[in-house]
Write a protein that binds this ligand. Structure first.
Ligand code: COA
Length: 255
């Protein structure tokens, strides 16, 4: 049983992962190991959608700095956090981060590994590792640059400057800023969870794959995924429902 997070599968098909590691939700190696295990469980038996959240004031304060100790420890730490965050990013479902407070360092990287970030008005994002004399080690240099562009990513990683919710929204780091991010994340996740899950998974997979390949290869992958989507039960339901009842009325099965 996990001790530093909870994994709650709700009746509406949404799975909620809540980090619960003391005051600041430091991403200790123990917590990251539990995150990796939670991702494995979600991958083995996928829910309809996933929401990942932390504390009200602190989503997660980043890697546990007290566990740092030179180059020898750095390798296993970065490998561990990459493994966990890659597993979350690879989940075949829409994963929403609900961020109401500080998402710093590995906390920001965890939010970046999600598909969508809903922020509260007091959310703060940043990669302050440089202030320790090091750099992000949980995917931040890559995922942040892909999201906000290389120049803004470099400025944030090289100065360690933290951005408040509105600026995060403006630069594309937060996708929405709302008063109650958890309520909004759950609402959106529930809508997604009732959708055609196989087609959603294909869309996510092709978009992610396309970010690390050429346009031509990405377009090829889309064609194959488009064909695969037509092999699902939900495509038959969706098309028949449109022809009979008009748009947006299909009751999907997730198959
Ligand atoms: N790892 C280990 N311990 C951490 C931590 C981290 N990432 N972040 C905070 N803590 C500890 C502090 O050392 C402090 O310990 P203490 O109570 O024994 O003194 C305690 O958590 C509370 O931190 P404090 O800074 O006093 O709380 P705050 O509410 O004023 O600020 C943060 C909270 C998250 C904004 C601030 O702690 C912070 O900036 N943390 C570091 C973020 C960071 O650099 N992350 C990248 C890590 S590579």
């Amino acid at each position: 049983m996990p001790e530093l997070l909870t994994l709650d599968r709700r009746d509406d098909g949404v799975a909620v992962v809540t980090l619960a590691n003391g005051k600041v939700n430091a991403l200790s190696q123990a917590l990251v190991t539990e995150l990796r295990e939670a991702a494995a469980e979600l991958s083995g038996n996928p829910p309809g959608a996933v929401v990942i959240t932390g504390g009200d004031r602190i989503f997660a304060a980043g890697a546990d700095i007290s566990e740092f100790g030179g180059t020898e420890k750095a390798g296993p730490i970065t490998a561990l956090i990459h493994g966990a965050l890659d597993a979350i990013a690879a989940l075949p479902r829409f994963v929403i981060a609900s961020v109401s407070g500080y998402a710093l360092g590995g906390g920001c990287e965890l939010a970046l590994a999600c598909d969508y970030r809903v922020a509260g008005p007091k959310a703060v994002f940043g990669q302050p590792e440089i202030l320790l004399g090091v750099i992000p080690g949980g995917g931040g240099t890559q995922r942040l640059a892909r999201l906000v562009g290389p120049s803004t990513a470099k400025a944030l990683c090289i100065t360690g400057r933290q951005v408040q919710a509105e600026e995060a929204f403006r630069i594309g780091l937060a996708d929405e800023v709302v008063d109650d991010p958890m309520a909004r994340a759950l609402e959106l996740a529930a809508v997604v969870a009732s959708g055609p899950l196989q087609a959603q998974a294909l869309a996510k997979q092709v978009i992610d794959a396309g970010l690390s390949t050429s346009l031509e290869e990405g377009l090829q992958a889309e064609q194959a995924a488009f064909v695969a989507a037509f092999g699902t039960e939900d495509s038959q339901i969706g098309v028949a429902s449109f022809l009979e009842h008009g748009p947006g009325k299909a009751a999907f099965t997730g198959r």
